[in-house]
Design a protein around this ligand. Structure first.
Ligand code: SF4
Length: 611
C-alpha cells in the first residue's frame, strides 16, 4: 500500500472498506489476464459484500481463463474527499489499480436510490459520465440487476445492460468483447453485434419519441437491434455456478453470514411485488445440491450462521428434510440456520424450534395490509386467522418478539384499511394473552409501514403513488389509533419513496435530472445523512421535468411504458388481468394450486415451471 494511502486511511471511517486483501479474494497474475473486469457495487462495502448476485458473478468471472474480476464499492463521503483532495482515482480492492485502466466497468443495480453513485463512481474513476462521451479506448460500461428492467433513466450513462440473470450472458459478453478488442473492432460495431445477444440491451440503438402530453409515443430500434429485449434466465440451477468460496470481509457487513439460495421466482403472485414476477418462472435447486453447497461453503468460510434465502423460503418443497439434513452438519459446528421470508399461512413451529436450536431470533411476517379486503386486492392470499393462528403457535413455542411489515398507499386503500392494521395488531396482542407459554418477558411487537412504490413489470405498474402528504396523513391516522404498550410503530420516510417512484418508472428525461442532482452534490441517496429532497426538487425544476408526472399519475391501460420494449417473460396481458382482479377484490390461486399461464413458461418450455 503506497505512502498516500497509509496517510489517508487512518483519517477515514472503517478504513477496512478500502484495503482489500480479504481471505477468499481472487488475485491473478497480470501476465495471464486478457480482460480486466471492474465489478462496481454502487453503495458501501458493507452493503455490496452482502449481495448474493455480486458473490455469484464474481465467482463466475474469475473461473474464466484470462479474465480477472475485481471489486469496487462506493466510497463514503470522507474517503471520497480524501481521494479527490489527493488526486487518487477510484481503484479496485484486489490490485489497487485505477478503474479507468480496466476493459469493462460493470454496475450491479438493485435499488434506484443508488443511481447517483453510478455517476459519482464513473467521475471518481476519471471517466466521462455520458456514454456518448466515451468512444473507443474507454472501458465498456455495463449494468445488470433488477432495476435494469426499466433501464431508461440510466440510458445516457451506460453502454449496454444485461437483463435478467447473468451467469451465462456475462461470460458470453466478455468473450465477444475480448475478441472484438483484440481484433481492433470499433465500439460502435461491437455494440451492434452485442445487441443481437439475447438479454443485452444497447440503449443507443433505440430512438424514443414522445407525445405532446409527455407520454411515450414509440421506442424504435435501429441497426438491426431487436424490437423487444428478452431477459435471460438460468434454466437449470442445480448445474449453475454457486459461490462455495465466499470472501470473508475485513469489517462487519450487513448480512455477515453464508447465504444458500434455494430457488428463484415465487409461486405466490402478490400484485405489488416486482421480484415475484421478474424472477419467474420458478426454478429450484435440489436438496442434494443445496446440502453439498451448504457444507462446502460453511467449511470454507467458518461462518456461524447460514440463511436459507429465496423470495418465500417456507414454500420450498422439502424444506423440512433439507433443514434436518443441514442441521446434522450445523449443530456439530454451532452454526445456526435462519429462515428469512416466512409466510404466515405455512409456518411450522417444529421447524422453527429445530432451526433456531443454536440461536433463537425473533419472527418476521409481512401481512402488508391490515384488512382482508385489501390483502385480497394485493393478492397476498393470507387470511387473518392464518396470521393469528401462526402467532399463537409461536407464542406457545416461547417466542415473544414479532415484526410485522405493512405498506401504506396501496391501490384502493381506505382509512378503514389503515386502521385495520391496528385492529389486526390488537388481535395478535390478544392471542398472546391467551396462548403465550412464557409471559414473564412480556410481548414486543414492531410494526413497520413503508410507502407503496408502483413498480414496472407488476400488475400495479399503472397505479399512481399516493402523495407524500397523503402518506403522512395515513401514518398519523395509524399512530392516532395505535395505543398498545407492547407495540412499537416505525414508518419509512415518504421523500425517498417519492424519488424511488420517479426513478423506477421514469424515462430518459430522468437521466437529465439524475445528472443535475449529481452535479449539485447528490450521492449516497439511500442514506439519510446524504439524501436531500431539496436538491432533487431543484433538479426537477431546473430540468423542466415534473416528478408528479412519474410518481402521482395513473397510466392509461394503452400507454407505452418506458420499459415496454423489455420482455420479462410474463405477458403484459397477464399483468392487466391481475390488475382487473385486484379492482374486483378477487384473489387468484398460487402457481402450485393452478398455473394461470402468465407467459413465463415460454422462457424455458423444456424445463417447465418448478412451482
Ligand atoms: S407459468 Fe404458470 S406456474 Fe409458472 S410462474 Fe407462470 S403462472 Fe406460475
Amino acid at each position: 500500500m503506497d505512502k498516500i494511502m497509509e496517510r489517508i486511511l487512518p483519517r477515514v471511517q472503517k478504513p477496512a472498506r478500502y484495503t482489500g486483501g480479504e481471505y477468499g479474494q481472487t488475485v491473478k497474475e497480470l501476465s495471464a489476464v486478457k480482460t480486466r473486469f471492474a465489478f462496481c457495487f454502487p453503495d458501501t462495502y458493507e452493503i455490496g459484500m452482502s449481495n448474493l448476485g455480486m458473490r455469484i458473478l464474481y465467482g463466475v468471472l474469475n473461473e474464466m481463463e484470462g479474465v480477472w474480476c475485481e471489486r469496487v464499492f462506493a466510497p463514503w463521503g470522507d474517503m471520497e474527499d480524501q481521494l479527490r483532495k489527493n488526486g487518487i482515482p477510484l481503484y479496485t480492492l484486489e490490485s489497487g489499480d485505477p478503474v479507468r485502466d480496466f476493459d469493462i466497468v460493470a454496475f450491479s443495480l438493485g435499488y434506484e436510490m443508488a443511481y447517483t453513485n453510478v455517476l459519482n463512481m464513473l467521475d471518481l474513476a476519471g471517466l466521462p459520465i455520458r456514454a456518448e462521451d466515451r468512444g473507443d479506448g474507454f472501458p465498456l460500461v455495463i449494468a445488470g440487476g433488477t432495476s435494469c428492467l426499466n433501464p431508461e433513466p440510466l440510458a445516457a450513462f451506460i453502454d449496454l445492460f444485461l437483463l435478467g440473470e447473468g451467469e451465462e450472458s456475462l461470460p458470453e459478453l466478455v468473450k465477444i468483447y475480448e475478441d472484438s478488442r483484440l481484433s481492433g473492432e470499433t465500439r460502435e460495431s461491437f455494440l451492434k453485434k452485442a445487441a443481437k445477444i439475447e438479454g443485452i440491451y444497447v440503449p443507443s440503438l433505440y430512438e424514443v419519441s414522445y407525445n405532446g402530453d409527455g407520454t411515450i409515443k414509440s421506442i424504435t430500434p435501429k441497426d438491426g437491434a431487436p424490437k423487444k429485449i428478452r431477459k435471460r434466465i438460468i434454466k437449470n440451477l442445480d448445474a449453475a455456478f454457486f459461490p462455495d468460496k465466499t470472501i470473508i470481509p475485513s469489517t462487519e457487513i450487513v448480512h455477515d453470514r453464508e447465504v444458500l439460495e434455494l430457488f428463484r421466482g415465487c409461486i405466490r403472485g402478490c400484485r405489488f411485488c416486482q421480484a415475484g414476477y421478474v424472477y419467474r418462472p420458478v426454478r429450484r435447486r435440489s436438496p442434494e445440491v443445496l446440502a453439498e453447497h451448504a457444507r462446502a461453503s460453511l467449511d470454507y468460510s467458518g461462518y456461524e450462521e447460514m440463511t436459507l434465502s429465496s423470495l418465500s423460503t417456507s414454500d420450498y418443497r422439502g424444506l423440512r428434510p433439507l433443514c434436518d439434513d443441514l442441521l446434522a452438519h450445523c449443530e456439530a459446528r454451532s452454526v445456526s440456520l435462519s429462515l428469512p421470508s416466512l409466510r404466515a399461512d405455512n409456518f411450522s413451529v417444529e421447524l422453527m424450534e429445530r432451526v433456531q436450536k443454536v440461536r433463537r431470533t425473533g419472527l418476521t411476517f409481512a401481512p402488508e395490509a391490515g384488512s382482508q379486503r385489501l390483502r385480497d386486492v394485493i393478492n397476498k392470499n393470507v387470511r387473518e386467522e392464518d396470521l393469528l393462528n401462526t402467532c399463537g403457535i409461536a407464542f406457545e413455542g416461547g417466542w415473544n418478539t414479532i415484526k410485522l411489515y405493512f405498506m401504506l398507499g396501496l391501490p384502493t386503500e381506505t382509512d378503514e384499511d389503515v386502521t385495520a392494521i391496528n385492529d389486526l395488531v390488537n388481535k395478535v396482542v390478544h392471542v398472546w394473552h391467551q396462548r403465550a407459554k412464557n409471559k414473564a418477558r412480556g410481548l414486543r411487537i414492531t410494526v413497520s409501514t413503508s410507502c407503496f412504490v408502483p413498480k414496472p413489470h407488476t400488475p400495479f405498474q399503472w397505479e399512481a403513488q399516493v402523495t407524500r402528504e397523503e402518506y403522512m396523513r395515513r401514518v398519523a391516522l395509524l399512530r392516532s389509533v395505535m395505543r398498545s404498550k407492547s407495540v412499537t410503530y416505525n414508518w419509512h420516510d415518504a421523500d425517498t419513496s417519492y424519488i424511488e417512484a420517479c426513478l423506477s418508472r421514469g424515462d430518459r428525461k430522468m437521466g437529465d435530472v439524475l445528472e443535475k442532482v449529481w452535479r449539485t452534490g447528490g450521492k449516497l441517496d439511500a442514506w439519510s445523512e446524504y439524501f436531500s429532497m431539496e436538491r432533487w426538487l431543484n433538479a426537477f425544476i431546473s430540468c423542466g421535468v415534473s416528478p408528479e408526472f412519474y410518481a402521482f399519475r395513473e397510466r392509461g391501460e394503452d400507454e407505452v411504458f418506458p420499459w415496454s420494449h423489455i420482455d420479462v417473460g410474463v405477458e403484459p396481458e397477464f399483468f392487466l388481468y391481475q390488475r382487473h382482479e385486484a379492482y374486483n377484490e378477487r384473489v387468484t390461486p398460487d402457481c402450485r394450486a393452478a398455473c394461470l399461464n402468465c407467459g413465463a413458461l415460454s422462457l424455458c418450455p423444456e424445463v417447465g415451471c418448478d412451482a
